[in-house]
Design a protein around this ligand. Structure first.
Ligand SMILES: [Mn+2]
Length: 426
């Protein structure tokens, strides 16, 4: 094995030297010093460790892949303060890159705009883009340019202007590839509706500039956003909440002038969030509840339990629905399943549980009219905006976010209504 591996390595180095491929690691949305929303302190500490572990695994990868540059497309920090521990950690990691001649480039995002990053003592070699004006830097390897990166940062926490449109067109007839880096909201990307419109731009804005690759950040869902050009969101190197499920990591990109970018995802996160459902239909006693949940875990979770922070959506109609929803019962059940299954963390979602109801009760007034109203709201026949308060928990929400939230609340509302109103009648 060893001689072959050496030969491959040698061949690869020769290939790089001849073809002048520009190879880099693309990361975004690390959100260092994030406060994680889980009530278990041990889990919060584990997530913090996992964030550093994922970052240092990415640095290991950059070293073993001999990339030319390490790119971070914004939101390296969760907020404008950087903890002592994080600063020390980052400086150590950037020093490891520098020792291997790998350039470190970081463009700020909406969470860590301009002034925040200036408080940190960055190593001399680190290249920061913390202003909104695009700047182009050459990435050199052994004295010659192997690629160029043009990037801009967010100077303030709210940047409503189209920063991508202010980028110069990529210079033509260059021997080395041209890369652009930006923290931006590209319209039409998966999940973009739920995001603040920070540095909004269109896919066309990216295509027309002529770069070989756009290293994007902001949307945490890994994806290629443009069909006719290489423009990618890597997602974060660690899931930050129950909504950010699945493998998390970084992209290794290889780029040659005039050729399509080669983009490979590498998982680096040691912990992950997952979400599954457990059907409790017709379950009538507590043992049955426990068994149904364990069965759902055994049959649908295909990753190691001790690396998983799991959300289980309990579904179906059961006479125990109200009992299960009682916080004390939910907590006891959570603890039992969590330790029994050896999970890292567990959240039981009970909102979709229903009590079994006899359908004829729906036909009795005023229950019937109430249920019709809920149905009309859900189907869009009745405007959901008419029952929407302007703010939720003091925060203004965009219309799409409000609608999504209210529709989630209305899930199973008919059964709930029948259940409550019937009791009042009898
Ligand atoms: Mn962001």
């Amino acid at each position: 094995m060893a001689p072959r591996a050496c030969l491959d390595r040698f061949a690869q180095d020769r290939y790089l030297a001849v073809m002048r491929a520009f190879r880099f690691l693309h990361m975004a949305d690390v959100h260092f010093d994030r406060s994680f929303a889980t009530k278990r302190e041990k889990v919060r500490a584990a997530l913090r460790d996992a964030m550093e572990a994922s970052f240092s695994t990415a640095v290991d990868l950059a070293l073993s892949e001999s990339v030319d540059a390490f790119l971070i497309a914004g939101d390296l920090f969760d907020h404008s303060e950087c903890s002592y521990r994080t600063e020390r950690f980052l400086r150590t990691q950037i020093a490891r890159l520098e020792e291997s001649g790998i350039a470190f480039l970081y463009a700020t995002g909406n969470h860590d705009p301009g002034p925040a990053t200036r408080r940190i003592s960055w190593p001399d070699g680190a290249v920061l883009f913390d202003r909104g004006t695009p700047r182009r830097v050459a990435i050199e390897r052994e004295g010659r340019a192997v690629g160029h990166v043009t990037a801009a940062g967010h100077a303030r926490s709210t940047t409503g202007e189209n920063l991508a449109a202010t980028f110069p067109s990529a210079p033509r007839d260059q021997k080395a590839p041209e890369v652009a880096m930006l923290h931006a909201t590209v319209s039409g990307s998966l999940g973009y509706a739920g995001h603040g419109k920070h540095a909004p731009c269109s896919q066309g804005d990216l295509i027309e500039k002529g770069y070989g690759y756009w290293a994007l950040g902001h949307i945490h869902l890994r994806q290629s956003v443009v069909e006719d050009a290489a423009a990618h969101y890597p997602g974060g190197p660690l899931g930050l909440s129950r909504r950010e499920t699945g493998e998390k990591g970084v992209l290794i990109v290889s780029l040659e002038p005039g050729a399509p970018a080669e983009v490979a995802f590498h998982a680096t996160a040691p912990l992950r969030w997952e979400s599954i459902t457990a059907d409790l239909s017709d379950v009538t006693e507590w043992d049955g509840v426990q068994r149904a949940i364990r069965r759902a875990i055994d049959t649908t979770l295909d990753v190691p339990a001790n690396e998983t922070l799991l959300t289980i959506w309990l579904e179906g109609a059961t006479r125990l629905a109200t009992e299960i929803r009682h916080p004390e019962n939910t907590d006891s059940l959570t603890d039992e399943i969590l330790y029994g299954a050896g999970l890292r963390d567990l959240f039981l979602e009970t909102r979709r549980l229903r009590r079994p109801v006899e359908r004829e009760r729906f036909l009795v007034e005023p229950i019937h009219s109430m249920c019709e109203l809920v149905r009309a709201l859900r189907s869009g026949d009745e405007s959901i905006d008419s029952i929407t308060p302007p703010k939720f928990a003091g925060e203004p929400l965009d219309p799409a976010g409000k609608r999504e939230y209210l529709l989630a609340l209305l899930e199973g509302a008919e059964d709930e209504l029948v259940d409550r109103m019937w009791k009042e009648r009898s």
